[in-house]
Design a protein around this ligand. Structure first.
Ligand code: GLU
Length: 448
């Protein structure tokens, strides 16, 4: 069987064994179909059973999460943790609390995480988890009771050497605090390295909050530099307005660019004078309000409940909201308006059709596995500090992050050049570079 036929057969089997999990199929297809040149050079990874092992999580947990709301009514949610691959280190990846969470979503995120984490070069395996719990509109007390119930089941599967969750959509410092408190109470251990994304005052790392957004901007900066360009004076759109988006805006402004639009689930905002970051943080992080509150407080800013921010002309687009938010027609509109580079701050925000449009138009495209690796990389730095009972300064940590992002960028380009004679193919570069690291470790560790 040819390598291509083997890959197709593995992919068909993934679809057959995981029915209805569209996002997982999509993530698997993207990786598998870029591996042909890697398997041609390393036929041992095309042996029967190897890719099949890679696509099958080591362990998948699904559990009931009962909790009591403020009215005394019992609620039941579903909890997940997919421990996908531990060849390079303990399972590592965030928890997502959002009503859209199901096994297929967690599996797609866990699968992506394997290669992303490998790319950082930091000794972390891949996993992901979460729940269909919706924290929106819930009181602090309800969020706390939910987190405690969630951890009461999950704690038995975690440990600083086993599985180390962090945040993702709907899980920030508040949730990490409640989860950690319950883990500590049940295990009677102050095991700081069991969760990352902790506040700086008790075991968290400086720059972790900023890391995903900053890292995505560093990655885009490196991409632009390959064409002799920079952020200076550039118009930028950043979708989303959560943790990743906010700190992407901050770094773009620090580098002399101007973010003119951002969004949330209620619509999008255009502010041609450049997004006012203090106001954005106040609206989204303090008041937990909708973006229309920003427009009400800022003369000249316009909020639209309909349409898309990808119709706003820009030089750089940073999709930082959620999966499959940037579709073919959005990509066409961005290209028509002259976009130069797109870097994914979220996980898989661009559909395969959109990526195709960017590729055909020669737009620099940084896939999430590489471009948003700064968050989990800084989580690994948090684990290092916890293990050493040490705290680094903000500058120390941020400069490590910047170096990691530059290294990831270079590795994507050199791998793409070596395996496809096209250094601009960051998708292939990221997938192959991550895969080779994981594959080597899996092979050395035997059939497990
Ligand atoms: N959820 C983030 C990601 O998608 C961070 C994971 C972590 O820090 O473990 O990479």
């Amino acid at each position: 069987m040819s390598i291509r036929a083997h890959i197709d057969a593995v992919y068909d089997e993934v679809r057959r064994r995981n029915p209805g999990e569209a996002e997982f199929h999509q993530a698997a297809a993207e990786v598998l179909h870029s591996l042909t040149p890697a398997l041609e050079r390393h036929p041992e990874y095309a042996e029967p059973g190897f890719l099949e092992r890679l696509c099958e999580p080591e362990r998948q947990l699904i559990f009931r999460v009962p909790w009591v709301d403020d009215q005394g009514v019992v609620r039941v949610n579903r909890g997940f943790r997919v421990e996908f691959n531990s060849a390079l280190g303990p399972y590592k990846g965030g928890l997502r609390f959002h009503p859209s969470v199901n096994l297929g979503i967690v599996k797609f995120l866990g699968f992506e995480q394997i290669f992303k984490n490998a790319l950082t070069g930091l000794g972390i395996g891949g996993g992901k988890g979460g729940s269909d719990f919706d924290p929106k509109g819930r009181s602090d007390a309800e969020v706390m009771r939910f987190c405690q119930s969630f951890m009461t089941e999950l704690y038995r599967h975690l440990g600083e050497h086993t599985d180390v969750p962090a945040g993702d959509i709907g899980v920030g410092a508040r949730e990490i605090g409640y989860l950690f408190g319950q883990y500590k109470r049940i295990t009677n251990r102050y095991e700081a390295g069991v969760l990352t994304g902790k506040p700086v005052g008790w075991g968290g790392s400086h720059a972790r909050t900023e890391a995903t957004g900053y890292g995505a901007v560093y990655f885009a900066q490196e991409m632009l530099a390959t064409r002799g360009e920079s952020f200076d004076g550039r118009r930028v759109v950043v979708s989303g307005s959560g943790n990743v988006a906010v700190y992407a805006v901050e770094k773009v402004h620090a580098l002399g660019g101007r973010v003119v639009a951002c969004s949330d689930s209620s619509g999008y905002l255009v502010d041609d004078n450049g997004i006012d970051l203090d106001l954005l943080k106040d609206v989204k992080e303090v008041r937990r309000a909708r973006l229309s509150a920003y427009a009400e407080a800022r003369p000249g800013a316009v909020f639209s409940a309909r349409g898309t921010l990808y119709d706003v002309p820009c030089d750089v687009a940073l999709p930082c909201a959620t999966q499959n938010e940037l579709r073919r027609e959005d990509a066409v509109s961005l290209v028509k308006n002259g976009v130069r580079a797109v870097a994914e701050g979220a996980n898989m925000p661009c559909t395969p059709e959109a990526v195709e449009v960017f590729r055909d138009a020669g737009v620099l495209f940084g896939p999430g596995k590489a471009a948003n690796a700064g968050g989990v990389a800084t989580s690994a730095l948090e684990m290092q500090q916890n293990a050493a009972r040490d705290t680094w300064t903000f500058d120390q940590t941020e400069s490590r992050l910047a170096t990691i992002m530059r290294t990831v960028h270079t590795e994507c380009r050199t791998t793409a050049d070596t395996y496809a004679a096209d250094p601009d193919d960051y998708v292939l570069g990221a997938n192959v570079a991550g895969f080779l690291r994981v594959a080597e470790a899996m092979t050395a560790q035997g059939v497990i």
